[in-house]
Ligand binder design. Structure first.
Ligand SMILES: C[S@@+](CC[C@H](N)C(=O)[O-])C[C@H]1O[C@@H](n2cnc3c(N)ncnc32)[C@H](O)[C@@H]1O
Length: 328
């Protein structure tokens, strides 16, 4: 055994790691122990299970058991590995952003379905590449919604807002990682407040400015005209009154600004829907993720004079998770 090898092999490390997590009552402890070992060794699952007797170095063993201890103390696995998969893409995550959740993939599915139906109705094939589409993602966090849509619709231009500047820094890195930076404008903003001014900059370079190569995106807005074909959002929707019921991984480690929508949770939806109504083209689509009990409070905000084709999609647990509607 070389100096850098410890006495422990892959199988024993995994066994000890998962026993420690089980003792600490960590949910999905087997998966967490595996993911942390894969991360430390830089290997995939197949390698680990085909090399159970391979010795690991003491440096790797130390790193692994240090991560196991942090996971046992409540840090989310994704904060320890720095990544989470969403829509088949790997995203960097840090404590500055919400860890992308599988149920948010329904937002992407509903958005793509609705765009396809709308384009089919209009007799165009635009939805295939999203050529010319203007899309907004409000509260982009890691950028997962904006980036998944950019990958699916390479012809679309996307405006992704967040009130958190550290979150936007992570989202920008994720866009670069997936080669869609040129397609997405990241804007620090309360909801869509700053989008009009940014849009105006792209729209009306004055004569004195001449032709600025930075202003290469198509016009998106002025305050009078509707602008987006699609607005998607997974806003913070947990009620502060529910904080005590949250898992400690969530409550103690994910950003409060990403979790809580107010005392009840659904407070942000009213402004979001009002702004969406003002910023969508006629037949433009709104797709909102909902909290587990938000539907009764949020659906009535979609008044029939402004919105049509209102639809609700359940997640895999049967919870009404996505509310979608079309601007009348
Ligand atoms: C639930 S997280 C969603 C993040 C990401 N879109 C996702 O689905 O994983 C909500 C995001 O909205 C941002 N946010 C909170 N209040 C906001 C506001 N008033 N305007 C814009 N963004 C806001 C938070 O910083 C956070 O990144």
């Amino acid at each position: 055994m070389s100096a850098s090898e410890s006495h422990i092999d892959v199988r024993s490390a995994l066994k000890q790691g998962l026993a420690q997590l089980r003792e600490a009552h960590i949910p999905s402890h087997t998966l967490a122990a595996e993911l942390l070992l894969l991360h430390v060794l830089g290997r995939d699952r197949t390698w680990i299970y085909s090399h159970p007797e391979e010795k690991i170095s003491s440096a790797d063993a130390d790193r692994y058991f240090a991560l196991i201890a942090r996971r046992a103390a409540g840090e989310p696995t994704q904060h320890l590995t720095g990544k989470q998969e969403f829509w088949g893409l790997e995203f960097e995550v840090t404590p500055d952003v919400l860890i992308p959740r599988p149920e948010t993939e329904h937002v992407i599915e509903v958005a793509l379905d609705r765009l396809a139906v709308r384009e089919h109705r209009a007799g165009s094939k635009q939805a295939r590449t999203g050529e010319g589409l203007q899309i907004a993602d409000i509260g982009t966090g890691s950028g997962c919604i904006a980036i998944a849509l950019a990958k699916e619709l390479p012809g679309a231009t996307i405006y992704a807002t967040d009130i958190s500047s550290p979150a936007l820094a992570v989202a920008r890195r994720n866009a670069a990682r997936h080669s869609v930076s040129a397609q997405i404008h990241f804007i620090e903003s309360n909801l869509l407040d700053q989008v009009s001014s940014v849009g105006a900059r792209y729209m009306v370079p004055s004569r004195s400015q001449g032709t600025n190569p930075q202003l290469h995106h198509p016009p998106v807005t002025n305050q009078q005209s509707p602008l987006f074909d699609l607005i998607a959002s997974n806003p913070p929707y947990i009620g502060r009154r529910e904080a005590a019921t949250l898992m400690r991984e969530v409550r103690d480690h994910e950003p409060e600004i990403a979790l809580y929508g107010g005392e009840e949770g659904y407070e942000l939806y009213a402004d979001l829907i009002t702004q969406a109504a003002a910023h969508l083209k006629p037949t433009g689509i709104l797709v909102l993720e909902l909290g587990h009990d938000s539907l009764p409070a949020v659906q009535p905000l979609l008044d029939a004079r402004t919105w049509t084709n209102v639809g609700v999609t359940n997640d895999l647990a049967g919870i009404p998770r996505v509310l979608a509607a079309e601007r009348a």
